[in-house]
Design a protein around this ligand. Sequence first.
Ligand code: BDP
Length: 624
Amino acid sequence: MLSPRTSPTRDIVSLDGLWRFALDTRAGADPWTSRLTSSLEAPVPASYNDLFVDAEIRDHVGVAWYQRDVRVPRGWAGERVVLRFGSVTHAAQVYVDDRLVAEHVGGYTPFEADLTGIVRPGAEFRLTVGVDNRLTNETIPPGTVTTGPDGRERQSYLHDFYNYAGISRPVRLCSTPQTFVEDVTVVTGRDGAAGVVDYRVETGGETAEATAVRVRAVDEAGRTVAEAYGPEGTFRIEDVTLWQPGAAYLYDLVVELLTEDRAGAGELVDSYTQPFGVRTVEVRGTRFLINGEPFYFTGFGKHEDTPVRGKGHDDAYLVHDFQLMEWTGANSFRTSHYPYAEEVLDFADRHGIVVVDETAAVGLNLGVMGGLTGAAPTPTFAPENFGGVTGEVHAQHLRELIERDKNHPSVVMWCLANEPASNEDGAREYFEPLVELARKLDPTRPLTYAAVMFATPQNDLIGDLFDVLSINRYYGWYLFTGDLATAEQYLEEDLRGWARRFGKPVMMSEYGADTQPGLHSVWDTPWSEEYQSDYLAMYHRVFDRLPEFVGEHVWNFADFQTSNGIHRVDGNKKGVFTRDRRPKTAAFSLRRRWRGLDRRKPGLADGRKPGLADGREPGATTDY
Ligand code: BDP
């Protein structure tokens, strides 16, 4: 699905701002049929949970209503009018006046409603959105709703981050011509110094057959460097400037629909500009290659999580987070544990940050209920749990993710799930069709999943289906807490086991320790800032001993809010930055390691870990 962009033929009106707001329990029957009586107003985009000093709202399980009035620009006569939501978490019903115009399930992907003929240019309409935050075994992520002894519904789920809900990304009213560019796909390759670009354009609308397609690639200086005609084809960009990690370069693909077949002769019907970068991604042996060069991931698992706004998109935090990642020397991050706002990926494209793009499939693992034993109380993939429709819902989420993000050069790998029960019977049957689907939709990007601690090199059932092994481990935190010497041995044995069994690149997708900012200790004291640094340094020593190792993503970039049912003190404190983005000691240690990695050292050329700039082995030092 294309991102909304203005063009000579397209306009956009932002519907962000304050909307009327009421919980379903207080909104009366059919609240879309009239003006909401509530005096509450909620900002869009934002999660609603932390806005009001009202526990009933924060803990609400079910539907909440948002409403505003919208005037369609009078100049849009004859145009197609589309309403577009960046995301509504987790399910939405959208009404224009009394009429249901869209329903969507999935809290982290966009959807649209075509309002042509339903709304009138120059006139106003009442827009009402029902936002359902319930998670069940038929949603991704999954969860359970139960009724407590007080008759109130309660939501539980199998992930630790707080279940924020609301209209969390921008809402826009867009115009397009009646015949319009519906989709664009760009796949890039290289032939010597030239870029080879395959493109495909899909046209929508009634008169689609009567139009011709022209595409132009325009460089950053505004020069047209290639042109092609027809709905699909290939063109070359001679002396191409590649999109590279840390050195982004974007071309614009200007897609034009014209009234006639004769190239360039017709009148402009629609125009849409799709940015793209020329780069290749490939897994070869135990190497991860970008543009044919070994790439070593440094960075974080993140969350969309900020005070007050919850999971609402915020451009100020977007800019600041990327600044802090660059400051620490991160070249990449994982969109743990759901697709992030499109604005985030556009920014990564423009700034050369590499992204591992994850679906919202977190918590497909009943083993987490068994505590450290990992023994699932009932099999995860049994039909009554996640062996039923969950897989189909997961497939739909995957489709929507790939359709949305396929053109982002920053996205180099799809992560199909976080910590699924890949060690349990049924895991292979569950994941095989998803892997097949992902490869069909996008044959160009490698696939991974983040392996849970209970999944070992001995019992994992799905590693061979994927291209990169991403491993989440907490030796020294949940296991061998405070004993980094023992943790180091187990970690090394574990990681070597994955490399030995599968012969594929291995990366650490999570490793981290909860840390209370300001707590200091001369001992190995868990929760102290020094322990977090020592813990990370221990992991780095191990990584640097493994030739198959291709990257390190620390858990987590920043502290984040968790649900009440989790035993934590005001959230997960594994952040290298606090929730308000102040650095803990570990941020400085990471900065020394990551910014000190010397890319010119010969080691990197054959894909092995580089040494530090001054010749020391990375991780061999005390890092704070
Ligand atoms: C991992 C999960 C992550 C948690 C982390 C933790 O993937 O979402 O936040 O544990 O416990 O298992 O900090």
